[in-house]
Write a protein that binds this ligand. Structure first.
Ligand code: SAH
Length: 215
């Protein structure tokens, strides 16, 4: 159920659904998604669906993780990396693990404290070391580490948070689901000086971005 064939099937499916970046597909093939969910759900880990991770939160659907990663790094040369990426909504750390080889350093913020030590343990087992985790409200970004070449947000606010826009580097991209609980659109916003160019990527369904923190 977590075999090479099962994983290959997921990769075939992502290709059919339009994911083109071979390096991203290869990373998804190699990261053991079953380690990010409860044992009881491990048999479903290579289905292209979101799954519960407790605390009312989910591990994102592989297609969405692939799409967000591909959109964030589009045009990056083969052995090049983005310098700094901010991730809002670490959750179980799956998106972090997929993104890690494409970035020099990831700064990831999660508002539910209990999730953080689990992510730390899991990612260190997978030899993902280029990250700093923080328990905070990600809506404000991470001002002391800005600017970022990329910002990726895994929970949906009704409007684009201005603080995140201002923490983008020149040419930097913000990939974020904007909307209400029932209808959201994944957007890619690119900074060009003081103007921001918005592209609409897909219709999506994320948990809401909440203010404040929880233990
Ligand atoms: N990136 C995860 C998906 C996480 S689900 C994956 O790879 O599967 C979304 C996460 O965003 C949840 O863990 C939720 O607690 C978190 N979140 C919601 N609002 C937040 C905020 N304001 N700041 C930081 N994290 C937030």
């Amino acid at each position: 159920m977590t075999s090479a064939r099962t994983r290959d099937r997921l990769i075939d499916r992502l290709r059919v659904d339009g994911i083109k970046n071979e390096a991203v597909l290869e990373r998804i093939r190699n990261v053991p998604r079953h380690l990010f969910v409860d044992e009881a759900l491990a048999s479903r880990a290579y289905e292209d669906t979101a799954l519960p991770i407790g605390f009312g939160q989910t591990i994102s659907q592989p297609y969405i993780v692939a799409l967000m990663t591909e959109s964030l790094i589009e045009g990056l040369g083969a052995s090049k990396k983005l310098v700094k990426v901010l991730e809002v909504g670490t959750g179980c750390g799956y998106q972090t693990a997929i993104l890690a080889p494409f970035v020099q350093h990831i700064y990831s913020i999660e508002r539910i404290k209990t999730l953080i030590p689990r992510v730390r343990k899991r990612l260190s087992q997978l030899k993902v070391h280029n990250l700093t985790l923080r328990h905070a409200d990600g809506l404000r970004g991470w001002i002391s580490q800005a600017p970022f070449q990329g910002i990726i947000v895994a929970a949906s606010p009704p409007e684009v948070p201005q603080d995140l826009l201002h923490q983008l580097d020149e040419g930097g991209r913000l990939v974020i689901p904007i909307g209400t609980r029932s209808s959201q659109q994944l957007q890619r916003i690119t900074r060009r000086g003081n103007t921001f160019e918005t592209e609409e990527l897909d219709l999506v369904s994320f948990v809401p971005l909440l203010e404040g923190t929880e233990v």
